[in-house]
Write a protein that binds this ligand. Structure first.
Ligand code: FE2
Ligand code: FE2
Length: 267
């Protein structure tokens, strides 16, 4: 037990008649973290130093510990690949991946890691796709991101072309593209055309605004969520997700989501 040298400036214990009492012994221990109903996170920015997600190995390890607390044991690392801002290549991603894998082993964290990416459909993607440089998830799944301003002009053609080539296309966080919220029929068209939908848990929390939350709930009500993702960029977001999955709303929602979500089938 730590000694309290001063009565006034030591947080964590206090002195009563020369006996030191730890606060932790006095108060109820923290409520146990609720686990997710699946074990595979298919979307996150935990790979260090390659986008605006984790900026260091230490941050990555903290994020992976948070994933483990939520019951995740397999993480697919999906760093951004975007024109100009994050022009990652197979080499930049693989280099960071090997470093993180070593650090995870050294830290004794029990977590399976897989390398893939979140591809923004832009001119850089066109080049990488044409050169056959994409890094798919297991099962040839590819996580694709639309622009937040407008839908890609030739989205249908691209999805068709990719599917013909054997890719299984997953649209990242469709609930966050607000230009779809007044024409949700479009979601149905895309789903019927073979695109699968990955919704962010953070969207349910209102983190991306009311419109994204409403859309996320619409996806859930309509049984159109194929995958859930943390899309976590930092430890703070991990904690928001952890708090949310402890909520009554999530408990109710997850009963329906279990019917359609296939995260663990991706591997
Ligand atoms: Fe994204
Ligand atoms: Fe992302």
């Amino acid at each position: 037990m730590r000694d309290c040298k001063k009565r006034t400036n030591f947080a964590g214990c206090f002195i009563v008649d020369n006996y030191t009492i730890m606060f932790g012994k006095l108060f109820k221990s923290k409520k146990e973290q609720v686990k997710l109903f699946y074990n595979t996170d298919v979307h996150c920015h935990i790979l260090p130093g390659v986008d605006h997600g984790s900026q260091s190995i230490e941050q990555s390890l903290e994020m992976l510990k948070a994933e483990a607390e939520m019951g995740i044991s397999r993480v697919i690392l999906t760093s951004h690949v975007t024109a100009v801002t994050f022009e990652n290549t197979r080499e930049t991603l693989m280099d960071a991946f090997m470093k993180l894998k070593d650090a995870v082993t050294d830290a004794g964290i029990d977590m399976e890691l897989y390398l893939s990416a979140e591809y923004r459909m832009d001119e850089y993607f066109d080049k990488e796709y044409a050169a056959d440089h994409l890094i798919p998830m297991p099962g040839n799944h590819i996580l694709l991101e639309n622009s937040f301003q407008q839908e890609l002009m030739n989205l249908d053609e691209l999805l068709f072309d990719m599917q013909v080539k054997g890719y299984k296309t997953i649209l990242a966080h469709p609930e966050r593209y607000n230009y779809y919220s007044r024409r949700r029929k479009r979601y149905e068209q895309l789903h019927n055309a073979g695109a699968r939908f990955q919704v962010n848990i953070l969207s349910f929390t209102g983190y991306f605004g009311e419109e994204a939350r409403d859309s996320a709930l619409w996806f859930a009500e309509n049984g159109m969520i194929d995958y859930l993702g943390s899309d976590m960029h930092n430890v703070k977001q991990a904690h928001i997700i952890m708090d949310y999955i402890n909520s009554k709303e999530w408990r109710k929602l997850s009963r329906d989501l279990e019917q359609t979500v296939k995260n663990d089938m991706i591997l």
